[in-house]
Design a protein around this ligand. Structure first.
Ligand code: GLA
Length: 497
């Protein structure tokens, strides 16, 4: 933030007193948030963007855009397995001021000093920056779109680049999807700069695949909810094919995010931690397919763990569960054992299921491939999402809180994506009054979310600041709003032209 504190205060005062604000784009920007209490802060963000954008560029075609982060209420690591998730887009986002360029250059400039300017050319194969570089999320979106248009006969040379200033208030590496928000935002900048439109469902699908460019083998939750979130609602999202169902949240409850302050980066070595899970799930599905097909003496259409359902397999659910539970053992598997079960060579199994994006092979983990544990988490978590919908529909808040707690336990014990700090944070959150509390997003650190009755939010905040941040982490006074913040569900990404 480059404004001095005194100036910041004066600006805040001016905004709060309703001084008519500058351009109509600025008015649109403010109105698009529809968060009256945040008006002053949002106004300041717009000015930061204007200052960063400067007057160097053609401003006749200036436009703004924003893409929100998300919290996932329940359904963790189910998306890439073809099972549902239940996230909501939140009132934290990445916003941009942007103008098309006459050439093919893309220039991104952030208001945060931690993210230095990035500049690259639109071309058929855009090479990535070093792993973990923020510019890769923009490259991912642009590359995905260029490939899409190339398949329709439009070469990279026929597009214009753009020049954008960006500003974000989604906590970074905190499991709130700041990275996918940047992917979504970048796609909107590219499309608008080239006067193109794309259906949001189609774009969400395209971007889920495009984000694999950065090396993660994630699913499609984050891009879909950032694009299509709805104010006052969560979204139940199903995959392959993508389907959305708006879920109205009961009155009188608030989801409060608390940052464990353990970084949940999805970059560099953290990529392997994340990618191990989709790899283990693919291996589990392959072993189950082989074993169940053998037992039932027919070739089952089973590619993902989410295919273990009545419709797909023409078997009753109880029978599927019984068969699958008995087909895997709890002890971890070696690559050799899996290959033998699949009647392949270990090399062939590794090439089919354990490839990283750069073509290298993901090695067998020191503690083996945990197929039973991953299968068990994914299948029970999928069912918890369905039960959550019923609980929310019936206004059974306590029941939903219980499902959140069960989800956390499964993420911790079976999927092993929690960490001691997150476990402590959710325990303390329940002690501080939460009806349910769990990690959210990819895990390995980041935020927990807690379900609270509105009337309890203030007391909860005070208690958790004391018990987790002061007593447990022994951290000094940080900015409270960056540690504990109630989340409001907002509309998905948009362009304001
Ligand atoms: C990350 C991925 C998502 C999803 C979550 C875990 O956010 O991008 O696709 O897999 O982790 O639920």
């Amino acid at each position: 933030m480059s404004l001095s504190f005194a100036k910041w205060e004066r600006e805040l005062e001016a905004f709060s007193s309703g001084r008519p604000g500058g351009s109509s784009l600025e008015q649109q920007f403010l109105a698009s948030y529809d968060l009256p209490r945040d008006r002053a802060r949002i106004g300041l963000r717009y000015r930061e963007l204007t200052a960063r954008f400067g007057s160097r560029y053609e401003s006749r075609e200036l436009f703004a855009a924003r893409a929100p982060g998300r919290i996932n209420l329940i359904g963790e690591h189910t998306d890439y397995n073809g099972l549902p998730v239940l996230p909501m887009a939140i009132n934290r986002d990445i916003a941009a001021l942007c103008a098309p360029r006459p050439d093919r250059r893309v220039i991104l400039s952030s208001t945060a000093a931690a993210f230095p300017e990035r500049s690259f050319e639109l071309e058929e194969a855009i090479s990535p920056y070093a792993k973990g570089d923020w510019g890769n999320y923009c490259k991912a979106a642009v590359q995905g779109l260029l490939q899409h248009y190339k398949s329709q006969g439009r070469p990279a040379e026929s597009f214009r680049g753009f020049q954008a200033a960006v500003d974000g208030d989604i906590p970074i590496a905190a499991g709130m999807s700041s990275s996918s928000a940047l992917v979504v935002l970048s796609s909107l900048l590219f499309l608008q700069a080239n006067s193109l439109e794309m259906d949001k469902m189609r774009l969400a699908d395209l971007l889920a695949k495009a984000e694999h460019y950065v090396g993660t083998q994630g699913g499609g939750m984050d891009q879909a909810v950032s694009l299509m979130g709805r104010r006052g609602q969560a979204l139940k999202i199903d995959f392959f094919p993508l389907r959305l169902q708006a879920v109205r949240l009961p009155e009188g409850i608030t989801f409060v995010a608390t940052n464990s302050l353990i970084e949940a980066a999805k970059s560099a070595s953290a990529l392997d931690q994340y990618n191990r899970r989709p790899i283990e799930c693919r291996l589990a599905a392959a072993v189950l397919k082989k074993e169940l097909s053998r037992r039932l003496k027919r070739d089952l259409p089973l590619r993902l763990l989410g295919d273990l359902n009545e419709n797909r397999l023409s078997l009753v659910e109880e029978e599927i569960r019984r068969l699958a539970d008995s087909a895997l053992h709890e002890a971890p598997y070696s690559l050799r054992e899996i290959a033998a079960l699949l009647e392949q060579s270990p090399e062939q199994t590794a090439k089919t299921y354990c490839l990283r994006r750069d073509g290298s092979i993901f090695p067998q983990p020191a503690d083996g491939f945990k197929l039973w544990q991953r299968y068990r988490h994914v299948s029970t978590e999928g069912r918890r999402v369905e039960r959550s919908l019923l609980a929310l529909r019936e206004g059974d808040i306590a029941g939903f809180g219980k499902l959140m707690n069960e989800s956390h336990a499964s993420c911790r014990d079976l999927y092993e994506i929690s960490c001691p700090e997150l476990d402590t944070l959710v325990d303390l959150s329940r002690e501080a009054g939460a009806l349910g509390s769990r990690l959210t997003g990819a895990g390995f650190g980041g935020c927990a979310i807690s379900l609270l009755e509105d009337a309890q939010v203030e007391a909860f905040t005070g208690r958790i600041l004391q018990s987790y941040y002061r007593d447990f982490l022994k951290s000094g006074a940080g900015e409270t709003s960056a540690l504990v913040f109630p989340c409001q569900s907002v509309n998905g990404a948009e362009v304001l032209a």
